[in-house]
Design a protein around this ligand. Sequence first.
Ligand code: GLC
Length: 431
Amino acid sequence: MRPRASRLTVSVGLGLLILGLLFSACTGRRSREGSGPVTLVFKHAKHPRYSYLRQLIDQFEAENPGIRIREEILPASTDEQHQFYVINLGAEADDFDILDMDIIWVPEFARAGWLVDLTPHISEAELEPLNPPALQADWLDGRLYAVPWFVDAGVLYYRKDLLDKYGFEPPRTYPELVRQARHILARENDPRLNGFVWQGMQYEGLVCVALEFIRGNGGDLLGAGARPALTAPATLEALEFMDALIGEQGVSPSLVTTLNEEASRFIFQSGRAIFMRNWPYVWRKLQEPGSSMAGRAGLAVVPHFPGHASVPTLGGFHLGVNAYSHHKKEAIAFLRFMIRYSSQKEILLNLGVLPAHMEVYEDPEVQEALALPAELLAALSLAQPRPVTPYYLMISQILQPELSAVVAGIRSPEQAMAVAAPQIEHLLEIR
Ligand code: GLC
């Protein structure tokens, strides 16, 4: 094993606790008295092409003159957003009404009693067109606690100009990707060019990527009877391969162990990588005016190992209402506005993310305005969620340092998974 790139060790615990409390103190409480419009506080991540979201919110306000929406932006990393919610909702904070949640937190927050039960307020007809695996995460014990507003699926971006130059088709398998990358790297002879970048930092993004390698080799996080399948040969081989990408294969730079989504995008968008794993939002970023990658990048379904199939990780963000909110009725109206056809179409046209409403993709106006690659929709239809359980975050927190140790070359997959598997097993037994 090679001791490699020094990992960025982020001490989230105490720092975020203080940050969260400060944050909550600063936002203050709104007066609940008096007449005039009700102001709802909408906590959300800063989404790409964010100014269009405000336009959509303005439209909601125009249709609902008695309601104002105040946005409060959360930090960019999903792990930090999660910390914020846990700290504040754990303290029964009532100073925000609408939550923007990563799909993986919904069962946890629902189980904790932090989300309003939406079952009586949202009809089957409203839910029916929404992406089924995304929606599945919003139900707990037969009650609905959130709605999906956009969905994510891991995809592979590639330099179409370079693949064309060397006569390659986009790779379907990981060994093919490695072969192409090594071939191109050897001939381009450009020290700034990397083979394959992905999210290798110690955070949730690394779990999403590792799961694509593992499932693409026929393995999984949890196997039969929801027991950890981490020490199965399929899982260990996949992790071995990730490590070798940085090591023996020489295809991924050691700096991948410090990359999140945006840092990987910067590398790819500035022409410094042949392949990149990322989410669909990057597609629109690459096409923006002034982007040097406009017309030079392609998009494919994430690869798999020979004899297996591609399984992109399903991500995305969901909306829910804070159980401590004083304006639940108004907040529910906002959720219903966001999942309706016209808003979801607007999200697809302008926000650059993939909406949950499956029918808007067929809309003639959308098809006319956007040349969405067919592979993007294929990725969406193949995507599978991370384990849908209120304990997912605990599972992920056990896995993250171990996966990080593997890709940093500090531990072998066998050693790392021998640490993670019994902890996850114990967690699932005692729940
Ligand atoms: C994206 C996905 C989300 C995932 C995160 C990991 O934001 O939508 O589900 O957890 O990336 O970084």
